[in-house]
Design a protein around this ligand. Structure first.
Ligand code: FPP
Length: 247
């Protein structure tokens, strides 16, 4: 079967509504080539762009959420943190028009007040400008942690209860979700983690409850459209039971 035929077949079957990705392995990719880690991140950025373009153009998912920087990543050497922040800012500034024209709606998830001012401004501008777009919902997790998201949700819920806007008895899962900073995102159907580790690393804890988890040893800069297509085929082959028996 040709590439186009495989792609069309995948598109004719149920696709994940929400794909989340942990982009891991930039550092190891660079090390294996005797290059500085920064070069791995630069190549990683190119991969991110390719994946966004592929998923967006082929309409392979309505939501795509990329883990660009975790709360734990603040512990990396200052020089690397600075480089990553600069890279993300340059990416947003350079690609905003193209993303906007492609109908992408950008969201940022995480402790934006911890970001350097330049990056925060670039993020806020991109989010504002693309707010009414109806194409791919692209979210970038930045200074994000799943537990942070849950704690923020709990804080907002307590605030609403204390101020009489919500009765504790009325709180159920769907109501709770609306208080999460990530509350506009649907459940993740497919999580892809590159780089060989088999961990969630504090990513989208609420949204991952029923996700298919797909781990690959491919390092993020090496990931291609073909790997994404293979991941979707694997997703479609797995029986999704949501804890129930299916006939
Ligand atoms: C993991 O590699 C990757 C990151 C810390 C995130 C950086 C991601 C990019 C630069 C992609 C750009 C994203 C966007 C949205 C433009 P690692 O350093 O943890 O690799 P290692 O595990 O091999 O050390």
């Amino acid at each position: 079967m040709s590439w186009r035929q495989s792609l069309e077949q995948v598109k004719s079957r149920p696709l994940p509504a929400h794909v989340a990705i942990i982009m891991d392995g930039n550092g190891r990719w660079a090390k294996a080539r005797g290059l500085p880690r920064a070069e791995g991140h630069r190549r990683g950025e190119e991969t991110a762009e390719r994946v966004v373009r592929f998923v967006g153009e082929e309409k392979l998912a309505g939501y795509l959420t990329l883990f660009a920087f975790s709360t734990e990543n603040w512990g990396r050497p200052a020089q690397e943190v600075r480089f990553l922040m600069g890279l993300l800012e340059a990416f947003l500034r350079a690609k905003l028009e193209e993303l906007h024209e492609a109908g992408v709606r950008l969201r940022a998830l995480g402790q934006l007040d911890r970001l350097p001012q330049g990056l925060r401004q670039a993020v806020e501008r991109a989010v504002r400008q693309t707010r009414d777009n109806t194409g791919l919902n692209l979210s970038v997790a930045l200074s994000y942690g799943g537990r942070w998201d849950l704690v923020e949700g709990a804080r907002a819920v307590s605030h609403a209860v204390v101020h009489g806007e919500l009765s504790a008895a009325a709180l159920d899962e769907e109501a709770f979700r609306t208080y999460l900073p990530s509350g506009e995102l649907p459940d993740v159907d497919l999580l892809i983690r590159t780089g060989g580790e088999r961990r969630l690393s504090n990513y989208l804890l609420w949204e991952l409850a029923y996700a298919e988890l797909l781990f690959t040893d491919v390092l993020w800069p090496d990931l291609t459209e073909e790997h994404v297509l293979e991941a979707l085929i694997e997703f479609q082959e797995r029986t999704r039971r949501f804890g129930r028996e299916v006939g």
